[in-house]
Design a protein. Structure first.
Length: 244
């Protein structure tokens, strides 16, 4: 897939425990950086066991940012937080029988929600990359698992029929919704799933200030292109014919 999701994704910052302090991490254009340490990943590699935690997290991000397990283990909606406190993570690291790979992955899922979402976007974008190819089952399951809570908030609970394919709706089956494999990275990841009461099925043209999307106003209604103003929160919905 293209880098449209990155063009829509504004930089985000969070903090993490690093020794006795909390240090800032900043995601921008696909890269995580530690703002309170001089140097970059090359310095972190030389530090070895003395590597500060925030630099270690940046290194892990680079390693795991396309790992499909992030979509399996990561939160699916704002109320689905991953309960990983520092004590639990430390026990996982110190367990002689533990899985270091899994512990490293889970440490990324203990980051603040805005950073976690960017991480899931990168994993989803990597899986959606082959143009015209089959949708990987893990991406399909992750998309369905994140779209259904969105649909419940948008139009109430019902027996939603969610599929991944050519974006669209079915007037004969109002509960049927279809989105493309890019939906998780481009729409959900950029807080574009519902804008001014419209369910967004796809991004058509990506621009952080004014973006053209394919959206539906109510279940079973046909999708139509709309322009929205951003970045998130995306509040204004404009008709494409509106030249303002």
């Amino acid at each position: 897939m293209s880098a449209r999701w990155e063009r829509l994704a504004a930089p985000v910052e969070g903090t993490v425990a690093c020794g006795p302090n909390r240090h800032r991490l900043r995601w921008q254009a696909g890269t995580l950086r530690a703002l309170d340490h001089a140097g970059d990943g090359a310095i972190a590699a030389r530090l070895g066991d003395d590597e500060p935690e925030c630099l270690a997290l940046c290194r892990r991000w680079a390693r795991y940012r396309h790992d499909p397990r992030l979509l399996v283990l990561g939160p699916r909606h704002p109320g689905d937080a991953v309960g990983l406190g520092p004590e639990l993570l430390e026990r996982l690291r110190q367990d002689p029988a533990g899985d270091d790979d899994r512990a490293a992955l889970l440490s990324l899922l203990a980051l603040e929600p805005a950073l976690q979402r960017r991480l899931q976007q990168q994993a989803a974008a990597g899986l959606a990359a082959p143009a015209g190819g089959p949708v990987p089952p893990v991406l399909e399951a992750a998309t369905v698992g994140r779209l259904r809570p969105v649909l419940d908030r948008w139009a109430g609970r019902r027996d939603w029929e969610v599929t991944v394919g050519e974006p669209g709706t079915d007037p004969a089956r109002p509960a049927a919704v279809r989105v493309g494999p890019e939906w998780l990275a481009e729409v959900w990841g950029n807080y574009l799933a519902v804008v001014a009461g419209h369910l967004v099925l796809a991004v058509l043209d990506a621009d952080r200030g004014r973006t053209r999307v394919l959206a539906v106003a109510a279940p079973g209604r046909p999708p139509r292109p709309l322009r929205v103003r951003g970045p998130a929160p995306w509040r204004a919905v404009l008709d494409p014919a509106d030249g303002s």
